[in-house]
Design a protein around this ligand. Structure first.
Ligand SMILES: N[C@@H](CCC(=O)N[C@@H](CS)C(=O)NCC(=O)O)C(=O)O
Length: 111
């Protein structure tokens, strides 16, 4: 039984990561992320699916970091919240943006 099947059976949340290309282009995965990339999150508690690492992180923080141990609240701490979001976008638009193409270019599937 795969880890995903196990998580589904246990009704657990799961993040799909470190996945072979064959799976990323499969019909069931493309329903979760039409862009065919990881990470993607399926939260069986809420029925919400999220792709894009930044969106996944914001979703996890908003949904599960209720006591704000690792994130900032937009309403009560807007200064820090927007600083957090700016660095998240900086990472996603810079380093993160080039990571996918770099993987495709420098790590051919035939390896
Ligand atoms: N902007 C996306 C980038 C996702 C991405 O490029 N993921 C890579 C792994 S780090 C991937 O899925 N590579 C497989 C492929 O491009 O086929 C995000 O931040 O989630």
């Amino acid at each position: 039984m795969s880890n995903i099947s196990r998580c589904k059976r246990m009704n657990r949340k799961y993040i799909i990561s470190n996945t072979p290309q064959l799976i990323l282009q499969s019909e069931w995965f493309l329903k979760i992320n039409p862009n065919g990339r990881i990470p993607a999150l399926v939260d069986t508690s809420t029925g919400i699916t999220v792709f894009e690492s930044g969106a996944v992180m914001l979703y996890l923080a908003d949904t599960y970091d209720k006591t704000r141990k690792v994130s900032y609240d937009r309403t009560t701490d807007p200064k820090r919240y927007h600083e957090m979001v700016q660095w998240l976008f900086f990472q996603n638009a810079g380093v993160g943006l080039m990571q996918g193409p770099a993987n495709r270019t420098y790590c051919p599937l035939s390896l």
